[in-house]
Design a protein around this ligand. Structure first.
Ligand SMILES: [Ca+2]
Ligand SMILES: [Ca+2]
Ligand SMILES: [Ca+2]
Length: 422
């Protein structure tokens, strides 16, 4: 073969190569690729590349993921948030019309594995109640700080115990050592209570027993300092957070109970004037006008001291002579069922609360997608780091005493492999 033929052959090959390259470019994805990385259970903020700067509406999509336990939230803005439970490479796409970019996010395992259970208690302030000063136990000299440490001791980890939140408004603030991912279509976490009970009456009857619903608030550590400080709190909208009319027991309760729901409720409890006579089951002495309360609806009344718990129901470490709480007040869910004043059933709300269904029941699971902002509008959070629970019902139930939410172990359902679909 002489040089001239060789030259022509080269020319031909080069032309073929150019053609095939051009063809490839036309048929395969031409989008430039941006790389980023993050660790598991951590929220990554994704910013659209500069070329999208003049676009108002962006679309963020997951193209391929090694696991379905992730969340990508964005709306139509130039920033999106992404977080995943499992390590691997996630391929995302951001686009606006024909303009598109691929984003490859490498999710790496955290250096120290995330704990599936509550990792810290940040705040604890019960309202007066029959288990206050007992769960956790108060000893003379205890302060807010030492009682908080006791609550932390009770609630952290797999073998958590239980603390009482007392009457309406009493609260606890918990944290996890990682972000609980808000997986789409699934409930994400669960906080234990001590509810027991059964469906009452015929089939499809409401679940009843000792449901004492605690209202749930959530927050994510947006300023990444590990504390629930400047971060916005969102309410978990449960089945009766605006009205109890959808509950199956509502029509029965309406004749006997205050079934109103107050969205901006405030209650003030006064220090009791006397602790004596301290009741016992033997002497059957109780104090009906024990702790005076007033609310912002012009109502007033008393919390009673019953015969079973002789200690003070007012948090003994509180110096002030009154304690004020704010929040949502749910409908009274307790009904006396036998007409003798002896058989009280506290009916469960359908979903969205703590200490409302037994712990193992799916309805104890909370979906972060139920979160609403302070105006009641739904918000889509990628995940959360902090949970606040407060007693949601203000009711006295005869000899049983006041309704009080109790709080136990906290669980990240995804880390524990518990799948509760929504
Ligand atoms: Ca979810
Ligand atoms: Ca913070
Ligand atoms: Ca309880």
């Amino acid at each position: 073969m002489n040089n001239r033929y060789l030259f022509l052959l080269y020319l031909g090959c080069a032309a073929l190569l150019i053609c095939s390259c051009k063809k490839n470019a036309e048929t395969s994805n031409p989008a430039p690729v941006t790389y980023s990385q993050v660790t598991t259970n951590t929220i990554l903020k994704l910013e659209a590349p500069q070329k999208f700067a003049d676009k108002d509406v962006l679309k963020w999509e997951m193209i391929s993921a090694p696991s379905e336990l992730y969340r990508l939230t964005s709306g139509t803005s130039s920033a999106a948030f992404f977080t995943a439970v499992n390590a691997g490479t996630y391929q995302l796409k951001v686009s606006s019309g024909d303009l598109a970019d691929t984003l490859l996010v490498t999710v790496q395992q955290r250096a120290r594995a995330a704990a599936g259970f509550t990792a810290k208690v940040f705040d604890y302030m019960p309202a007066p109640g029959q288990f206050v000063n007992e769960m956790p136990k108060y000893h003379p000299g205890d302060t807010y700080e030492t009682m908080l440490a006791k609550a932390d001791q009770e609630l952290v980890g797999e073998d958590a115990g239980m603390v009482t939140l007392g009457s309406w408004g009493g609260y606890v603030v918990l944290g996890f050592d990682h972000t609980i991912v808000n997986v789409a279509g699934r409930r994400d976490f669960r906080i234990y209570g001590n509810t027991f009970g059964t469906p009452v009456g015929p089939s499809n009857a409401p679940f009843g027993g000792s449901s004492e619903p605690g209202i749930v608030m959530v927050a994510w550590d947006k300023n990444k300092n590990g504390k629930p400080d400047a971060d916005e709190w969102y309410e978990i909208r449960g089945s009766a957070s605006f009205s109890a009319e959808g509950e199956s027991w509502y029509s029965t309760a309406v004749a006997n109970n205050d079934v109103r729901t107050f969205r901006n409720y405030e209650m003030t409890y006064q220090r009791p004037v006397t602790e004596t006579p301290a009741g016992t089951p033997e002497n059957n002495v109780s104090i009906s006008n024990y702790i005076r309360w007033t609310d912002n609806q012009g109502q007033t009344g008393y919390k009673a001291k019953n015969v079973f718990h002789a200690q003070s129901y007012y948090p003994a470490w509180v110096k002030d002579d009154k304690i004020v709480f704010n929040g949502v007040r749910l409908a009274n869910n307790g009904l006396e069922e036998n007409g003798q004043g002896t058989y009280y059933v506290r009916y469960a709300f359908r979903y969205g609360y703590v200490d409302n269904y037994p712990n193992a029941h799916d309805n104890s699971g909370i979906d972060i997608d139920w979160a609403i902002d302070k105006n009641g509008n739904p918000v889509t959070l990628p995940g959360i780091d902090f949970v606040k629970v407060y007693s949601g019902v203000s009711q006295e139930n005869g000899w049983l005493g006041e309704t009080s939410t109790e709080v136990g172990r906290g669980e990240d359902l995804h880390l524990l492999g518990v799948k509760i679909e929504n």
